[in-house]
Design a binder for this molecule. Structure first.
Ligand code: F6P
Length: 553
């Protein structure tokens, strides 16, 4: 049951967790490991090709039970069933959120307004397959009959980050001779630098926009179209070179995209959950449809696990509850995602949108202001690089920084001892964060190295690492289409479970609208000398004047 009548922080389950936090405050992670030799085995769970080691957390069985009780009191089982069934779980937009339907196998049933949407999803996958095969087999070619060699995906936010992550992460599976480029930013550099590398005869453009209203995407698509027309293409050839994925067929046609080249999107798929739909075309075109299907399968395996596994074994539920634990009871303000795999370098970017656009909310589903923290700041980057950059703050700064380490057991590029080295780095960071180094240990090390007593005493405090920084380690055999699908779906469900506890709508994003609105008022002042509106301010006006002076015709 959602906590409308009784505020979340007034719940007995919340109070129980506060008391457990106070009890645990004097215990550190080293103590927890010392007390229970089987801790590592007990706090381990696997599903869909992923293994979660959650032993390095400020967690006891009592805490886990109390977190589970909180989830129950917040209606997690009912809300999860509602999500998967296709109920309206996005009340402010009056929509279901059915990204899970996109990875349902053919023949299953998921109803929206009484209608089974799975056949429509399957039909779209078949259309994608036809296109991908035709492009790969050279049956669909550019205007000079040469096969396509380059795909340019133009889109932003959810119409960019997911496909970009997957294309980069699955580079070992890419088809030879097929290059994929992404253009997102309104900064002209993005499209211009991309176009410089391309031959219009062999380039396929995908305009990716659920709404077909997004300024960045439409502006970049116009530049691409103009470039195409001035570099050898003509209006008749646009139908061969430009495709769109959108819910807004009318505007896509108006833009000049042939109806047969428009792939559908649905209102019931959120942008940041859309890589599984035709928005995944850059993935399918770069890797082939068999790998796209494997990605969907991996995600579906995770969906089933999420739906069925008990809390103590349920990867997304565990990760969400641990995040709530640190966010709301220990004051953590951020959450770090640290993939130890070069191919996963764009995972933090994708998860940043997924998590922060979803859970950056301040009122409950009923519109009441919350009196607790909601989504933390998600950040991160690839290891081992981060160790030589921001890990210092994690080890010796003053903040609590829960982190997820993500690492495959095997590398796609086994070279010398690199992978063993990478693995050692990952484990050593998790251990250093957990165990730290006491003052006595630091001093003893200095003495052992031959330092004088007084000098060792002076230097020791600078070498103390408090430890007790919690982390998860997520393992997989290898980064494959299936394990990647499962990994992304795991974070989607983690995001949802957090939102259930916080009773917020994780499928809307009204906060991004104000900036767009103000931007639309500022633009004509920069380009056409339009007058300031009544609600402008002197700081904005000053900089508009500077811009005008610097860009006089
Ligand atoms: O501005 C935010 C947003 O609406 C995202 O939620 C979305 O993924 C992105 O813009 C792009 O939207 P569209 O796919 O409609 O172009």
């Amino acid at each position: 049951m959602p906590h409308t009548l009784q505020g979340l922080t007034q719940r007995p389950e919340w109070r129980a967790l506060t008391a457990l936090r106070d009890q645990l405050a004097q215990t550190n992670l080293r103590d927890l490991f010392d007390r229970d030799p089987r801790r590592a085995q007990r706090y381990l769970a696997s599903a869909a090709g992923l293994t979660l080691d959650f032993s390095r957390n400020r967690l006891t069985d009592e805490v886990l039970q109390a977190l589970d009780a909180l989830a129950g009191a917040c209606g997690l089982p009912e809300r999860r069933a509602a999500l998967l069934r296709g109920d309206i779980v996005n009340p402010t937009e009056n929509r279901p959120a059915l990204h899970t339907a996109l990875r349902q196998p053919a023949g299953s049933e998921v109803r929206v307004n009484g209608q089974n949407v799975v056949p429509e999803i399957q039909a779209t996958l078949e259309r994608m397959e036809t296109l991908v095969k035709a492009v790969h087999q050279g049956e669909r070619t550019g205007y000079s009959d040469k096969p396509f060699t380059d795909v340019v995906s133009i889109g932003i936010g959810g119409s960019f980050l997911g496909p970009k992550l997957v294309v980069e992460a699955l580079a070992p599976y890419a088809r030879e001779g097929m290059n994929c480029h992404f253009v997102a930013n309104i900064d002209g550099t993005d499209i211009q630098e991309t176009l410089k590398k391309l031959n219009p005869e062999t380039t396929l453009f995908l305009v990716q926009s659920k709404s077909f209203r997004t300024q960045e995407t439409l502006s970049n698509s116009l530049v691409a179209r103009e470039w195409f027309l001035t570099h050898g293409g003509d209006v008749a050839a646009i139908a061969r070179h430009f495709l769109a994925v959108t819910t807004n067929i009318k505007d896509a046609k108006h833009f000049g995209i042939d109806e047969h080249n428009i792939f559908p999107m649905w209102d019931w798929v959120g942008g940041r959950y859309s890589l599984w739909s035709a928005i995944g075309l850059p993935i399918a075109l770069t890797l082939g449809m068999e790998h796209f299907h494997a990605l969907l399968e991996g995600a579906h395996d995770m969906d089933r696990h999420f739906a069925e596994a008990p809390t103590a074994q349920n990867l997304p539920v565990l990760m969400a509850l641990l995040s709530v634990w640190y966010n709301n009871f220990w004051g953590a303000e951020t959450h770090a995602v640290l993939p130890y795999d070069e191919y996963l370098q764009f995972l933090p970017d994708h998860l940043q949108q997924l998590d922060m656009e979803s859970n950056g909310k301040r009122v409950t589903q009923q519109g009441q202001p919350v009196d607790y923290a909601t989504g933390p700041i998600l950040w991160g980057g690839v290891g081992a690089n981060g160790q030589h950059a921001y890990h210092q703050l994690i080890h010796q700064g003053t903040r609590l920084v829960p982190a997820d380490f993500i690492i495959p057991l095997q590398s796609h590029n086994p070279v010398n001892e690199h992978h063993a080295n990478l693995f050692a780095n990952c484990l050593s960071q998790a251990r250093a964060m957990m165990a730290g180094k006491t003052r006595a240990e630091a001093k003893q090390e200095l003495l052992d190295s031959g330092m004088e007593e007084a000098a060792a005493e002076t230097l020791a405090p600078h070498k103390v690492i408090p430890g007790n920084q919690p982390s998860n380690i997520l393992l997989m055999d290898k980064v494959t289409p299936k394990t990647l699908g499962a990994l992304i779906a795991l974070y989607e469900h983690r995001t949802f479970v957090q939102s259930v506890i916080w009773d917020i709508d994780c499928f809307d994003q009204w906060g991004v609208e104000l900036g767009k609105q103000i931007g639309n008022e500022i633009l004509p002042r920069l380009t056409d000398g339009a007058q300031a509106s009544a609600d402008s301010d002197s700081a904005t006006d000053n900089l508009i004047n500077l811009f005008r002076a610097a860009n006089r015709p």
